[in-house]
Structure formats: C-alpha cells, structure tokens
Design a protein around this ligand. Structure first.
Ligand code: PLP
Ligand code: COI
Length: 363
C-alpha cells in the first residue's frame, strides 16, 4: 500500500524538565549528551506503507531481543542542525538534501524510502515541539538525528517487514571540545572504511561500527579522527570517520577527493564546493593520493587541510600522523582560506549573511 499524505499528532504530556533545568543544559550543551523533551516516531510495513506519524515524549524504546536491527544492523541515519537567528527565528540548512540522502541510504540498506514530505514534516514537527531547546548564541544549534531501523522480530536474513523511523534532537555546542582549533588526524594503515560496491556512500550505522577500532587507534595516538584510504590500493584519500576533507593549494585552488561510491556525499562538502567558488577559489574534485598529502605539505604545495561535516562544521587539520611520522600543513595553525570558508558557511547558517543559493528553510 502507498504511504498516505503526511499528517502527525502530538501526544500531550507534562513537561519533563523545568525551564531552569533546560537553561542549565543549553548553557553548556556539549555534543550528543543531552536530549530534548520529545521525539518523533513512525512505522512502516509493506501492507500499510508509512503510518502513525507522531511526536511523543522522549523516552526509551522497548526492543524485543530478536529485533532484526540488533543482529544484522539494517539501520541508517541522518544528521542536520536547527539554527537560532538573532531575531529568534529557527532555520534548517538544506534539509531536502538530508531527505534525499536518507532515501539513497534506505535504498542501499534495503529499507523503505521515506517520502521527503514525511522527512521534512518530521523535522518541522519535532523542532516546533522542542523549540525552547534550540540554543541561542555562539555556535550552538539543535542537532537533529533522524534514523530508521529494522524493527521486525525475526532472525532470518532478509529485509525487515517492519521498520521504525524516529527523530531525536540534542542541543549542541562544538563537536571537538577544543572549539575551532586544528585537530590531528591518524592515518589508518590497517583498516578501510568502505570498499567498492559496499555501503560507504550510505549513512548507515555499520560504517561507523567498522570505524571505531581505527578511531580508537587514532585516540590512542593523540589524534581526534582517523583518515581512511581506498580499500583496494590503499593509496587514495577518501575521508575521515565522520567528515569529508579539503586541501588548499599554494595557488589558492581547493581540492576535495572526488566521490567514488565509497565516500559519504557530505552536504557540507557539497555546499563548500559552491561557497569556495563564491569566494573566488578554483575548486577541483579529483583523486588525491596519500603521497600528495604527505609530500604537498612538506614542499608547501598544500598550505591548508580542513575537515567538514554537519557536526564538525569546518575544522582545520593540523598534523596527519602515522606510525613513525607526521606531515603538517602550513604552520599547523588554522589557515586563512579554511577560516574564510568557515565564516562564510556559518554566517549563512546563522542568518548573518545573505543566502544567495536559497539554502535556508525557516521552521
Ligand atoms: N563523512 C562521514 C563519514 C560522515 O559521517 C559525515 C557526517 O555526516 C560527513 C562525511 C559529512 O556529511 P555532512 O556534511 O552531510 O554532515
Ligand atoms: C554529522 O556530522 O552529522 C555526523 O553524522 C557525523 C558524526 C561524526 C556525528
């Protein structure tokens, strides 16, 4: 059966936290540690399509131990932010792109596609219910985490016939505790994130599970993130565990690894292609080898490296480290081009600059 037009209900409930408890959290939100008063839920079956869209009090889900997602990881998610502008209005950045990527991820993970109207409606309704949780000031935002998982109670290996879609929201400050300071990146020599024909371009939990051991290796070596190379030749730079990469060259041009099917198609990455051009840079998508990264930083052809993503925004990369060596771009500090791109992006997201490409959506 086809999914009906989007319509949601809100279950009434007493406010779980007092305004002063909420304000204390919003004053120091951290990243991914506090959650709002509500969450969104909807379910899908082959017979009914998507149904029962509702905003309910935030709380635990009851999961049968035989629920398919716990065994075969049929799960996908998204990440986007709601930004408070100076006049108190609340805005989303390119949410249609998240809706489209969730559909692509669903296709790859054999999950049912969620109509964009449902995705955008779920985000709007949750943000509206938890509007008081959108932080103001600094670079704070309300991080939104839509996710979808196989909720059928069944141990056979086939696509689930019961699927749950949910959105939770978390007030957020900087992803990296140091704020906008260069981070060190660990080069994973033993592990790959995604192979050709695999799930690298999908935003599925399994990709992150596979990245956790190398991520721990990065942390053990004093680094904040891990850089992955292509799985076949172990030569081409792909991305970090949760961010895409950009390289600034001495001639002012900017390079980002081209999309190969095993790289996540970041919405920040795509926006920076445009923003950097607007700032007058030549921007090139092409393969970047690990030798180019190492040699380019040594001989000065690469002057800056930065990582980008919804959570990380634009984060300067200081050193690339590996067993027995390191390569530092420029003087290891945040570079001018990185910070110019960063300012242009956040000024737009926080409503301090014009929106020439029509990317912002008011809630
Ligand atoms: N690459 C990976 C593996 C990610 O998890 C993310 C974060 O979402 C990104 C890149 C950046 O994507 P976006 O800019 O859409 O947040
Ligand atoms: C995001 O940026 O939204 C992500 O999903 C990445 C993760 C590291 C938090």
């Amino acid at each position: 059966m086809t999914t009906p037009p989007y319509e949601s209900r809100r279950d009434p409930h007493p406010a779980p936290r007092t305004p002063s408890e909420r304000e204390a959290i919003l004053a120091e939100p951290g990243f991914g540690v506090h959650f709002t008063d509500h969450m969104f839920l909807a379910e899908w079956t082959p017979d009914s399509g998507w149904r029962d869209a509702r905003v309910v009090p935030y709380g635990p889900l009851s999961i049968d131990p035989a629920t398919a997602v716990l065994h075969y990881a049929q799960e996908i998610f998204e990440g986007l932010k709601a930004y408070s502008h100076a006049d108190g209005s609340v805005w989303l950045f390119r949410p249609e792109e998240n809706a489209a990527r969730l559909r692509r991820s669903a296709h790859r993970l054999a999950l049912p596609e969620l109509p964009d109207e449902w995705f955008l409606g779920s985000i709007r309704d949750l943000v509206t219910a938890d509007r008081a949780w959108v932080p103001h000031g600094g670079e704070t935002s309300l991080y939104l985490r839509p996710f979808m998982f196989a909720s059928e109670v069944f141990l056979g290996v086939r696509p689930s016939k019961h699927v749950t879609y949910s959105v939770i929201a978390s007030p957020a400050g900087a992803y990296f505790p140091g704020g906008v300071r260069p981070v060190s990146i660990w080069l994973s020599s033993d592990y790959s994130r995604a192979a050709s024909g695999g799930t690298g371009a999908a935003k599925c939990g399994g990709n992150y599970a596979a990245s956790l051991l190398p991520q721990q290796e990065a942390i053990d070596n004093g680094c904040a993130q891990v850089a992955f190379l292509d799985a076949e030749k172990h030569r081409w730079v792909e991305e970090l565990g949760g961010m895409n990469l950009y390289f600034v060259q001495s001639d002012g041009s900017i390079v980002t690894p081209e999309l190969t099917g095993s790289i996540l198609e970041g919405i920040t990455r795509d926006s920076i292609l445009q923003i950097a051009r607007d700032l007058g840079h030549e921007v090139v998508e092409r393969r970047v080898s690990i030798d180019e990264w190492r040699d380019g930083t040594a001989d000065g052809t690469i002057t800056e490296v930065f990582a980008c993503g919804t959570a990380a925004v634009v984060t300067p990369v200081g050193a690339l480290k590996w067993d027995g060596g390191q390569a530092v771009a420029g003087d290891g500090e945040a570079g001018k081009v990185t910070m110019d791109v960063r300012s242009a992006l956040v000024d737009l997201q926080y409503g301090r600059a014009d929106d020439p490409h029509g990317w912002m959506r008011q809630v």
